[in-house]
Design a protein around this ligand. Structure first.
Ligand code: RIB
Length: 325
């Protein structure tokens, strides 16, 4: 029953995403004419909370928003998506913003995030809110768009409370060594992994080396995401390379958030590790087929249908091979 399941608690950023979509990104100093524009809920923290809720988990957001025009946009984005916002704090001043540009041809983006109200999420505030809502067995999800000392404190407190702590170290930042024993799962992409460990990630072997770097420092599992090259998983069972389904890329924004949110939701809802990782991979792949960040996050039904369609395709292919023999 839903009421007995563990929940996902996100301590993280909440932003208004102002996104311009164009045929290509401008080079420095250049102006290009765009094709469309959106203003929606974003921020890696909020996206992951929403992704977990859409994946069927109870999801609670701990973060800070301002008292400006963007406040209602982000708050209703979270609430309408089923996220518990009772631990979101309103502060005086502007809500955080992310200025995003998407290249409609390649699906690639660049982002400038201005934390604004997110800077008010102090270690003490986060700890107080976390202790008020968290229970042993809940999943804590962290990213690095809030003050680093807040993410660090939340990791320590979450670990002490017996939560499963998942860190998506984005955007990349150097972290103190003391954080790693508090982290159960770390999910860097190639460039984040390189910044954190100093190891250049360019193939499965170097990703495996990065994974072992995290495990030696106390992390229980590392999932290094390599975009369309798949994921390298390193845990006590060893190194496993997993492929991602092939899709038509429209916009890569929030693919990592879809992955993390579905992984966290799976673990909170009692799915196995393998199932949870698989659902994260499929959710991430689905997210790149839709435009925007929070707007691209799939539901549990979307993920179920996608997994089924890929399995059906595989069965069809193996039948075709058998018949051809
Ligand atoms: O991960 C995607 C998010 O990163 C966007 O929603 C934007 O807010 C940036 O923080």
């Amino acid at each position: 029953m839903r009421t007995t399941a563990s929940k996902v608690v996100v301590v993280g950023s909440i932003t208004a995403d102002l996104t311009a979509f164009g045929r290509r990104l401008p080079v420095p100093g250049e102006t290009v004419i765009g094709q469309s524009f959106t203003l929606v809920l974003g921020g890696k923290g909020a996206n992951q909370a929403l992704a977990a809720a859409r994946a069927g988990a109870r999801s609670t957001m701990i973060g800070c928003i301002g008292d400006d025009l963007f406040r209602d946009i982000v708050l209703s984005g979270l609430r309408d998506g089923g996220v518990d916002t009772s631990s979101v704090t309103s502060v005086h001043g502007p809500t955080g913003v992310a200025h995003i540009r998407v290249d409609n041809t390649s699906g690639q983006n660049d982002i400038v995030i201005v934390p604004l109200a997110n800077s008010s999420l102090t270690p003490d505030l986060a700890e107080r809110k976390l202790r008020a809502v968290a229970r042993r067995g809940d999943v804590l999800m962290l990213q690095l768009e809030i003050p680093l000392e807040t993410a660090f404190r939340a990791a320590i407190v979450g670990h002490e409370l017996g939560m499963t702590v998942i860190l998506d170290p984005a955007p990349a930042a150097i972290l103190p060594d003391e954080i790693w024993p508090c982290i159960d799962v770390v999910t860097p992409n190639e460039s984040e992994a390189t910044v954190l460990t100093g190891i250049k990630v360019c193939h499965v072997e170097s990703a495996a080396e990065v994974g072992r770097w995290f495990l030696e420092r106390g992390v229980r599992a590392a999932l290094i995401t390599l975009g369309d090259k798949g994921i390298v998983q390193v845990n006590e069972a060893g190194v496993q390379s997993r492929s991602t389904p092939k899709v038509d890329v429209l916009d890569t924004t929030a693919a990592g958030d879809a992955f993390a949110g579905n992984l966290g939701a799976g673990l909170a809802n009692g799915r196995t590790w393998d199932e949870s990782v698989t659902r994260g991979i499929y959710a991430g792949a689905l997210a790149v087929t839709a435009a925007g960040a929070s707007t691209s996050l799939p539901t549990a039904d979307d993920v179920d249908a996608f997994i089924k369609s890929q399995n059906d395709d595989r069965k069809d292919m193996s039948c075709a091979k058998t018949q051809a023999r």
